[in-house]
Design a protein around this ligand. Structure first.
Ligand SMILES: Cc1cc2nc3c(=O)[nH]c(=O)nc-3n(C[C@H](O)[C@H](O)[C@H](O)COP(=O)(O)OP(=O)(O)OC[C@H]3O[C@@H](n4cnc5c(N)ncnc54)[C@H](O)[C@@H]3O)c2cc1C
Length: 453
């Protein structure tokens, strides 16, 4: 590759803070909220013009409840729902055979509520800045370099929490990262969008009363009589549409009820091979997913009862990335840990979602269910060799298979709360984040409403 030597130059220091959270998605919002307190100066960086990350795509939040219907994610993640519900912007936690539970939220209101939460605890939010590099002293992160319309600037921090989803900070800091399965195959991305003018009575009737035609995998008919549900099925219809030449990229029809009566969110585009850490690949994904949307609408209109008059209402602001870089931390959570419902002394998050792998190629998905929820230990947030840094969210330390379960937004929020709490307590104790008293972190999490089993 052709290169150019960039001359060294002085950079302005924009800020010096105690705890810096990079990435304002589900994990980042909760990390920043938990880090605030004790007069600590906390800053949250976000490259887009709003907070929320994937909470703004139109997705339901899955697995607040576990396989036994017990609520296993509480704390700040529950506070978000309570605040949204008070504005009429969230539904209840609805049990679901496939997804343990779904909680429908209004993606626009999330942006407002997240900002309110930050303002209340005094977190300084800085948007439209992209974290492009780190500053290190030996093996310890001391801050980051940001890029924006204002140029290239420095923010020094005593602790940085990487909540970028892609592990951008950890990667630049030299933390070992991995991507995908043994062949590097990653779960494909999807461009979410909502449609209106759905005849819900006709749709429900097909799912509840005509299962012989309208198949629904493992999901029982009574689920679809409820106000809120997710469909995962109608394989026969997709097969027929493909025979008729429509070229639908997924094997299963995944549709999610919205907060409005005739609204459905469509989770059906799928672009294999996209790597969100490569702009040309991400660009290809955006273009291809947008093309697929028109074929999917043609399928819904013609093959799915109730959809013949659909109108596209809103397309998500960006192509949603299921998987990219994941850290290799002090402990790497495995699928066995999830499926055998393992417990850890240093638990900081309890999670209840199955291993749900959208195949990196082809159109199908594998789901593996556990009999109970499982723990995630603090060590999954801690890099093995690099100090001054925690990594929270979908890029914490998991195998490819485990991450297919822990990636849901309820779990990411709980991981964020754990990381922010640990960063704050480590500073209070005057120790490195890797050496924080985990019992004190657990005590603080419990005092702030978290569930630890
Ligand atoms: C199509 C799809 C369907 C899914 N379905 C569900 C579902 O139904 N329910 C569910 O609960 N979960 C679902 N998930 C999983 C879930 O959305 C994600 O795993 C989760 O949002 C990850 O949270 P996060 O905080 O780690 O990252 P993100 O939500 O990705 O947030 C990261 C934030 O960091 C910002 N950022 C990134 N890099 C930088 C940088 N260098 N500098 C500054 N800011 C940066 C981003 O702009 C973003 O706001 C789905 C995911 C996808 C893609």
């Amino acid at each position: 590759m052709r290169t150019w030597h960039e001359p060294a130059r002085e950079l302005p220091v924009r800020a010096e803070v105690d705890i810096l959270v990079v990435g304002g998605g589900p994990s980042g919002i909760m990390a920043a909220k938990a880090a605030a307190g004790n007069g600590r100066k906390v800053m949250l960086l976000e490259s887009r013009g709003y907070l929320g990350g994937n909470l703004t795509l139109g997705l339901p939040i899955l697995a607040y409840l576990d396989v036994n219907g017990k609520q296993c994610v509480k704390g700040f993640a529950q506070e978000l729902i309570d605040r949204l519900a008070a504005r009429g912007a969230a539904g209840p936690h609805v049990p679901c055979k496939n997804h343990m539970s779904l909680t429908i939220i209004d993606p626009e209101e999330v942006k407002t509520v997240a900002l309110e939460m930050m303002e209340e605890v005094g977190v300084e939010v800085l948007m439209y800045v992209f974290c492009s590099d780190v500053i290190k002293d030996g093996d310890t992160v001391r801050g980051v370099i940001i890029e924006s319309k204002a140029g290239r600037e420095v923010i020094f921090a005593k602790t940085v929490i990487d909540c970028t989803g892609d592990g951008d900070v950890a990667t630049r800091a030299g933390v070992e990262m991995h991507k995908g399965d043994k062949d590097g195959g990653m779960q494909p991305p999807t461009l979410m969008y909502s449609v209106r003018k759905v005849d819900m009575a006709a749709f429900r009737d097909a799912l509840v009363n005509h299962r012989d035609v309208f198949d629904m995998d493992v999901m029982p008919p009574e689920q679809f009589a409820r106000r809120y549900f997710i469909t995962v099925g109608l394989r026969n219809q997709i097969n027929q549409a493909n025979k008729d030449g429509l070229d639908i990229p997924v094997a299963r029809t995944i549709l999610i009820t919205g907060l409005k009566d005739d609204q459905i969110w469509v989770n059906m585009s799928r672009v294999s091979g996209v790597d969100s850490t490569k702009p040309e690949s991400y660009t290809f994904g955006e273009i291809e997913a947008r093309r697929q949307m028109y074929r999917i609408n043609a399928y819904l209109r013609r093959y799915v009862p109730g959809f013949k008059d659909l109108e596209v209402e809103k397309v998500a602001p960006f192509l949603g990335i299921r998987e990219s870089r994941v850290m290799v931390g002090k402990y790497v959570l495995t699928a066995e840990d999830i499926l055998e419902s393992r417990r850890f002394d240093d638990v900081v998050t309890v999670a209840g979602y199955p291993v749900d792998i959208h195949h990196s190629t082809g159109s199908d998905c594998t789901m593996l269910f556990a009999k109970d929820n499982h723990d995630i230990p603090y060590r999954c947030l801690v890099p093995e060799k690099v100090g001054g840094l925690l990594v929270a969210g979908r890029c914490s330390s998991f195998t490819h298979e485990a991450m297919a379960g822990t990636r849901v937004m309820s779990t990411c929020m709980a991981l964020g709360q754990a990381a922010g709490t640990a960063a704050r307590i480590a500073l209070d104790e005057g120790v490195a984040v890797a050496d924080v008293d985990v019992k004190a972190v657990q005590k603080d999490l419990l005092a702030n409403g978290a569930f630890l089993g």
